[in-house]
Design a protein around this ligand. Structure first.
Ligand SMILES: Nc1ncnc2c1ncn2[C@@H]1O[C@H](COP(=O)(O)OP(=O)(O)OP(=O)(O)O)[C@@H](O)[C@H]1O
Ligand SMILES: [Mg+2]
Length: 268
């Protein structure tokens, strides 16, 4: 098989990925690759293995088999399977969760600041202890970045409220803002439209397109809202029972017989 990572356009190459839980093959010999700058959709019925793929990319789960290669912030090709989760983040991969994960008692601003990349090489333990000028400058820079992300998503005016006091749609935006803090190369979104109403979903589509442009990044998303997927994704892979059904453009996926069969009885 050709080595896709040789093409500079390839950002993430997933090859023959497999993971089983007990006897259940949650992901089964799955391969697809994402190009820089793409909005890429991963779709499939409930339990198809979508979130598991995300957990394998971030190394939250260690795959049983397969290769996951990523072109990192420095332009180096790294094998993700050799890294612990926090190192995956350093390479430039961030995610949101299927169930929003925020610290409810902390302010919205603080929740976004959690996503900041702490540059330990620049800030020393002494800086931390004595709250030096360098440390304060670093903090100021991060607050500015957080507020830029919040402004970008139109929720900066809520920044001092506890995250848990806000409606679900706002909480999802806070999670999205947090991904923008670490200069990400790849943002992974697990069901960003789940729980949103129609107006919020239309807004989200626009936000995802704007994020790609303004933050010059690539987006991989799992989503059940087919209208959203078909509208914004450049390419889509459809899976069922952990196996690839088809990869293609929205039109190609919509016309694919295997995909239609997998969604029988479901609006596709
Ligand atoms: N940690 C785990 N232990 C055991 N089984 C798991 C684990 N994580 C996932 N599974 C199983 O693997 C399969 C795939 O689950 P996964 O959550 O990846 O599906 P999904 O495509 O994200 O579904 P949904 O659309 O409902 O979110 C399911 O059968 C699930 O029960
Ligand atoms: Mg899932």
């Amino acid at each position: 098989m050709a080595d896709l990572m040789k093409h500079e356009a390839t950002l993430l190459d997933i090859k023959n990925l497999s993971i089983a839980f007990g006897g259940l093959k949650a992901v089964d010999d799955l391969s697809f690759s994402i190009n820089q700058g793409e909005i890429y959709g991963l779709i499939g019925p409930n339990g198809a293995g979508k979130t598991t793929v995300f957990n394998c990319i971030t190394q939250f789960y260690k795959p049983d088999q397969g290769e996951l290669r990523f072109r990192n912030k420095k332009g180096d090709i790294v094998s993700l399977t050799s890294l612990p989760t926090y190192r995956v983040l350093e390479q430039g991969i961030v995610r949101t969760f299927q169930n929003v994960e925020l610290i409810r008692e902390l302010s919205i601003l603080d929740n976004v600041l959690i996503g900041a990349h702490i540059d330990y090489e620049k800030t020393t333990v002494l800086d931390e202890l004595f709250n030096t000028g360098r440390r304060r400058r670093e903090e100021k820079k991060q607050i500015e970045a957080a507020r830029r992300a919040l402004q970008f998503l139109g929720i900066d005016h809520y920044r001092l409220f506890p995250a848990g006091s806000q409606p679900y749609g706002i909480q999802k935006k806070v999670e999205l803002a947090r991904t923008l803090m670490s200069d990400p190369k790849l943002i992974i979104l697990d069901e960003p439209a789940a729980g949103l109403d129609e107006r919020e979903t239309v807004e989200l589509a626009d936000e995802i397109l704007r994020i790609r442009k303004e933050y010059d990044t690539t987006i991989l998303l799992v989503e059940h809202d087919m209208q959203l997927v078909m509208k914004i994704c450049d390419r889509i892979s459809a899976i069922n029972f952990g196996r690839l059904l088809a990869t293609g453009t929205a039109a190609e996926i919509r016309a694919d017989q295997k995909v239609q069969e997998a969604y029988l009885g479901v609006d596709a």
